[in-house]
Design a binder for this molecule. Structure first.
Ligand code: GDP
Length: 365
């Protein structure tokens, strides 16, 4: 878009490349174009299409990913323009792929609802795109089944709609079940502290450092898709439950907002929200805003918050950052990697929890 500046576009593309990497794809290059408005047929202009086409040949590219949501028509036209077996997809389809991969590797009952959401989002995404798949099959069959495709689309759509209905019902029951489970959990008066923050901020690293729990931590987006809870015991005998939540990303596709909301539902029952920030990131301020925007939507304004500026080992001027943190309120500087500031962090959590003990007690039946 013309309104966003090049830096923001490049950062967004970098995030997209990281997503592609998480999905197991090897990224060979990226490009963008500034247009007054997207081309209705192919999203990008014809010159750009030609440019990408030659890159596809040169690098034997199998997949072309667009950062914005493409219409089914644009998807179709681009695939036709690029030719061969090149797969064209958008950010939404890519994230759905990752969700699917991640969800498939976890078997715990807690993840059931997430899997359902993924399936649901995927089906709702597929529905308007079915036509493409069938015309493709017709082509493969050399036109022998002409016309049959159209009938099949109607059948498929009906099947998909039925499946979507079934999934929605299942989800409802899983939701009820989880609520009961959460209510039971609150009969133990241990405060729950939730880690929230932008993807890659260092939430699982922090959780690992504090608890020695072996939560998946890798330099990939969505390394922690599932909420994970650990018990943290402090030397003075007090303890709290620390929960890692799914990371936030900018430009979250609308189809996935529901899935995120479900994973984040539990944070509304925490005694404290710890917002972890990668302060070494060039867009740290924007990431803070993105997270706070989602938090505002979740109606958790009542819950006390503590902000953590992580990765101080990585910034060029740590003293300046620390002074800035002191100037503002409720910010602790840490390095989850080196362990710097972790004791201060735990103390700050304790201080904050003192204020919020009452609501926890109130949950005891
Ligand atoms: P999450 O998505 O918020 O759970 O982030 P992770 O805990 O998976 O961390 C993302 C990446 O940042 C990993 O490569 C970590 O090793 C790295 N990381 C986390 N904390 C720090 C830190 O304090 N300093 C540095 N230099 N890297 C860190």
């Amino acid at each position: 878009g013309e309104t966003s500046d090049s830096f923001a576009i490049e950062e967004s593309l970098k995030e997209l490349a990281q997503l592609a990497d998480t999905a197991g794809l090897m990224v060979v290059g990226s490009t963008y174009q500034k247009l007054a408005s997207p081309n209705p047929r192919t999203y990008i202009g014809s010159g750009k299409v030609a440019e990408i086409k030659s890159a596809i040949r040169a690098f034997e590219v199998e997949t072309v990913i667009f950062d914005d949501e493409l219409s089914p028509g644009q998807l179709r036209n681009l695939e036709k323009a690029f030719g061969g077996d090149v797969r064209v997809c958008d950010r939404t389809a890519l994230i759905l792929d990752i969700f699917n991969q991640r969800a498939a590797t976890h078997e715990a009952a807690l993840q059931a609802s997430l899997r359902l959401f993924v399936a649901l989002a995927q089906m709702e995404y597929q529905l308007p795109r079915l036509t493409k798949m069938w015309t493709h099959l017709e082509r493969q069959a050399g036109g022998k089944v002409k016309g049959m495709g159209e009938k099949q689309i109607e059948v498929d759509k009906r099947i998909l709609r039925t499946q979507i209905g079934v999934l929605k019902k299942e989800l409802e029951s899983v939701r009820k079940h989880r609520k009961q489970y959460r209510n039971r959990r609150f009969s133990v008066p241990i405060p729950v502290v939730s880690l929230v923050g932008y993807t890659n901020a260092g939430k699982s690293t922090l959780l690992n450092q504090l608890t020695g729990a072996n939560v998946l931590s890798e330099d990939r987006l969505f390394a922690t898709l599932d909420p994970t809870t650990r018990r943290v015991q402090m030397k003075n005998g007090s303890e709290f439950l620390l929960t890692d939540t799914v990371g936030f990303i900018q430009k979250l596709p609308t189809t996935l907002v529901a899935a995120f909301r479900a994973t984040l539902e539990e944070i509304s029952e925490s005694s404290l929200l710890v917002h972890v920030v990668d302060i070494s990131h060039p867009l740290a301020e924007q990431q803070i805003d993105a997270v706070e925007k989602v938090l505002a939507e979740l109606a958790v304004s009542e819950i006390p918050k503590l902000m953590v500026w992580n990765k101080v080992d990585k910034v060029t001027d740590p003293e300046k950052i620390k002074l800035e943190a002191e100037r503002r309120e409720d910010i602790v500087c840490i390095s989850a990697l080196t362990g710097e500031g972790l004791l201060e962090f735990c103390n700050a959590v304790q201080e904050k929890l003192k204020d919020s003990m009452v609501p926890v007690e109130a949950f005891v039946p």
